[in-house]
Ligand binder design. Sequence first.
Ligand code: SAH
Length: 248
Amino acid sequence: MTRRFFVEPGEIVAGRVLLGGQEARHLRTVLRLQPGAEVELMDGRGGRYLARIALFSKQGVELEIVGGGLVPLEKERAPLTLAQALLKGQKMDLVVQKATEMGVAAIQPLATARTVADPRDRQRRLERWRRIGVEACKQCGRAVPPEIREVVLWEKFLFVAGQDRGYANRLLFWEEERQTRLADLLPLTPGPTLMVIGPEGGFEAQEVEAARAAGCRTVSLGSRILRAETATLAAVAIGQFLLDNFTM
Ligand code: SAH
């Protein structure tokens, strides 16, 4: 039973923190821990601390930080960047949460020809996705949330991605690809990898051509047409496995 609890960075004051609510109840009634016991605290932003139970109070459980601190940012050998065309409604929330759990390094939301998203609520949605990323980190024990970037237009994205020599692999998952399966591109070159997934309406031919001109390889996930979020989850799961990012 992991003794991992989640706090907001601001709740740690002068080396002490008060756990309240269901976290305190879980610690006392489920784990039945007593003063003196040690637990791990995470703030979802890279802070990971060892803390000792100091005392129980009406407000909850008071803990004293005894060690830990900012987790050294282990430089990932093959960080995966997911460039995801904006999806409608809650689907982007799901993509952000699952990509975070699977260790995706960065998420680049894209506005493509067929994305349907109200430009007015971009800032609100971006803040929401970043919150979802932090919450997913706390749940899965990931120290640092993925970088969730501002939405960019397809043309601008391709210009930047095309210039970025840092990628070892640039894969565009295309529902109409008939030549190359992902399996045909294995083994992937170990290194920073970009995966691009389209919107519910798919990619337009000229978008695919432009991506190819920018150095992306178009790949198929088979003859069945997957829903965008299905394709994203499949591509990320396979990609993270191939890049050996399911570390222990
Ligand atoms: N509207 C299109 C489907 C778009 S699916 C149609 O009905 O034909 C949404 C996105 O998921 C696609 O743009 C692509 O990025 C990905 N995708 C879905 N199925 C795929 C497949 N079999 N191979 C590769 N990518 C796929």
